[in-house]
Write a protein that binds this ligand. Structure first.
Ligand SMILES: [Zn+2]
Length: 112
């Protein structure tokens, strides 16, 4: 038995779905199954979250990222391509700056 602590790669679609679930920018409503699945994962305690992680490793990882990680939502927005520069509101990456205050490359150069 291996103790898996590695985070699976989160796809663009999953990032969008999770952002939608939490009502964040860059979200996209999934099908009703995924929608309910995310509600279930959200409601799960630690034991049940781990059981669900076995079946849906990517989705659970993405949801925990959004819920628990500092800058997790921004991370998902970056994956989803929905990140916006706080200065020029551009969505073109790559982004830098603090996770809560993303700046596009051009704005980083100019200095916000
Ligand atoms: Zn910018």
């Amino acid at each position: 038995m291996s103790t898996q602590t590695q985070t699976p790669a989160i796809t663009e679609d999953t990032a969008r779905h999770v952002l939608w679930h939490y009502g964040r920018d860059g979200g996209m409503q999934p099908g009703s199954y995924t929608e309910r699945l995310m509600e279930t994962i959200d409601a799960a305690d630690v034991v049940n979250a781990e059981i669900l992680r076995g079946a849906y490793p990517e989705l659970v990882a993405a949801m925990l990222t959004a819920k628990n990680d500092i800058g997790g939502v921004e991370q998902l927005q970056q994956i989803a391509g929905g990140l916006r520069c706080i200065r020029c509101k551009d969505t073109d990456g790559p982004f830098g700056g603090a996770p809560q205050q993303p700046l596009c490359e051009a704005c980083l150069k100019v200095g916000a």
